[in-house]
Ligand binder design. Structure first.
Ligand code: APR
Length: 319
């Protein structure tokens, strides 16, 4: 089987970790693109020089020329500014939309058959814009947000219950902003509902404890930004996108919360939103519709409306 080619557009904090993880997992050969001269070349040289120790053998190259991404099977985009303390993801809209437009034009020209995972924020808007400018089929353009938000939620549940995070399954749907929807009813520890375990531990206060974890999940990105001061989370976004990339490259058909294009699912027609999706050879293979209760439906509607306003704001800016 021919080796896969993976291009990373943006060689900053997340891009660097993506390149290292791909190398360590030998998912394919890597081209790291950035507009900053020499930096992607330096980063890939640094990573490749550790491959003897990692016992991996893939090609990694850094570039400032889009021509080098030709023939990519997969493209992961992190180009764009990260947040600074006090900023919301939406504050990045104008700057990152300009960047995303140029990225989409170039990926369309040089890697027209690739599947594209977007990480740049504000996520739902950036995925929408990339698809619009590239004209790629919707199943080949998707966004990473839910895998990370769900992992954050799972981490807080594991800490609270004193169980291994490996056994926690929890999913977060909706837009990648403060209105995201952590699904409490579906959260479980190896099949045991989390609420049941919280009730055993906290009795009548179980709901309060859960609400605190839900709120921390919604604000988790900002919590990291506040501590880092100079940028936003990069290890966990990278590892989350790699899980999606692996599902696609290995054609695994894994069910993951994905920013995917809805055509009527969840009452949403013609918008990207965080929903459970099966990821495989074609990118998004299909979206899974869960039966949500009234409260969950209402929360998802708030999130959907926030995403719609963001898309409208982007369109008013001329994108
Ligand atoms: N084309 C390609 N790369 C670009 C462009 C462009 N037009 N403009 C900027 N970049 C590059 C920068 O040079 C930088 O190296 O994008 C990189 C972004 O890296 P960081 O600033 O380190 O940001 P990072 O932490 O990696 O986050 C990237 O992902 O999670 C989101 O909110 C985050 O939008 C941000 C993105």
């Amino acid at each position: 089987m021919a080796r896969k080619k993976i291009s990373l557009i943006g060689g900053g904090q997340i891009g660097g970790v993506l390149a290292q993880l791909i190398a360590q997992k030998e998912l394919g050969d890597v081209v790291l693109f950035d507009i900053v001269e020499d930096m992607p070349q330096g980063k890939t040289l640094d990573i490749v020089e550790g491959s003897r120790v990692d016992q991996t053998d893939i090609k990694l190259s850094g570039t400032n020329s889009y021509a080098d991404i030709a023939g990519s099977d997969l493209v992961i985009v992190t180009a764009g500014l990260p947040r600074k303390p006090g900023m919301s993801r939406d504050d990045l809209l104008t700057t990152n939309a300009n960047i995303m437009k140029s990225v989409a034009e170039n990926v369309k020209e040089y890697a027209p058959n690739s599947i594209v995972i977007i990480i740049s924020n504000p996520l739902d808007a950036m995925v929408t814009l990339f698809q619009k400018v590239s004209g790629f089929p919707h199943n080949r353009v998707l966004g990473q947000a839910g895998v990370l938000d769900s992992s954050r939620f799972s981490t807080f549940i594991a800490w609270e219950l004193g169980v291994s995070v490996k056994d926690v399954n929890a999913m977060v749907l909706g837009g990648h902003g403060d209105t995201m929807v952590p699904l409490i009813r579906y959260a479980n520890v190896n099949g045991v509902p989390v609420m049941e375990l919280l009730e055993q531990k906290h009795g009548d206060n179980a709901k309060e404890v859960m609400d605190a974890m839900v709120n921390r999940t919604k604000l988790a990105g900002g919590e990291v930004v506040k501590l880092l001061k100079t940028g936003s989370a990069f290890y966990s976004p990278a590892t989350s996108a790699i899980a999606m990339a692996e599902a696609i490259l290995k054609e695994d058909n894994r069910l993951m919360p994905t920013c995917a294009y809805c055509k009527g699912e969840y009452g949403l027609d013609g918008y990207y939103l965080g929903v459970p999706a099966v990821l495989g050879a074609n990118g998004v293979e299909r979206i899974i519709e869960l039966k949500l209760n009234e409260e969950e439906t209402a929360a998802l509607e708030v999130s959907t409306n926030a995403v719609k306003s963001l898309i409208e704001a982007m369109s008013n800016l001329g994108f």
